[in-house]
Design a protein around this ligand. Structure first.
Ligand SMILES: *[C@@H]1O[C@H](CO)[C@@H](O)[C@H](O)[C@H]1NC(C)=O
Ligand SMILES: *[C@@H]1O[C@H](CO)[C@@H](O)[C@H](O)[C@H]1NC(C)=O
Length: 153
């Protein structure tokens, strides 16, 4: 019984972080920076996005479609935003390595809801590793659900 409870707790803890991750940062094979922002916009608000980063006291807007806001000139032709399924936005930034500050806070704002994450330059992960992890964890879900069902977690 105790073993089962322990397993249930451990499995729950494994699953939860991946689910609550509303912002993630990685670099792509071609070395573009990728920031995924999975905030669900509130339906009663004007839909908008803004990606920025900050280091120290300096905050730079990389891409935005908030009316009245503008991205910094240095990022304007280098970044691109696409919509994610089922909601959220993905921003990619070319040639970022030279501009990246050491410890960076990545910030995304979807219709006024803000998420941020701090990533050290050296700890930036390739996206392939991240998606591999997600893929692997997805292949766990079905057997896990069966296990949870039979152990009555
Ligand atoms: C920003 O872009 C999104 C997705 O393309 C769009 O739905 C939204 O209306 C845009 N917001 C503004 C303020 O232009
Ligand atoms: C970056 O953050 C880490 C951990 O908080 C810290 O040890 C390091 O000194 C910071 N580096 C710079 C350049 O601020």
């Amino acid at each position: 019984m105790v073993t089962v409870l322990f397993l249930c707790g451990a499995l729950g803890a494994l699953l939860i972080p991946g689910r609550s991750e509303l912002i993630s940062v990685c670099y792509e094979e071609d070395e573009d920076l990728r920031v995924d922002c999975r905030i669900e916009p509130k339906s009663n608000k004007i839909n908008s996005f803004q990606f920025s980063w900050s280091s120290g006291t300096k905050q730079s807007v990389i891409n935005t479609n908030v009316s009245g806001a503008a991205a910094e000139a240095q990022f304007r032709d280098k970044s691109e935003v696409v919509e994610l399924d089922p909601h959220g936005y993905r921003m990619t930034l070319k040639d970022f390595k030279n501009t990246l500050p050491h410890n960076t806070t990545y910030i995304c704002d979807v219709s006024g809801q803000i998420e941020s994450i701090i990533v050290e330059k050296e700890k930036l992960e390739p996206c392939s590793a991240v998606s591999l992890f997600l893929k692997n964890s997805w292949s766990w879900i079905a057997p896990l659900l069966i296990f949870l069902y039979y152990t009555h977690c």
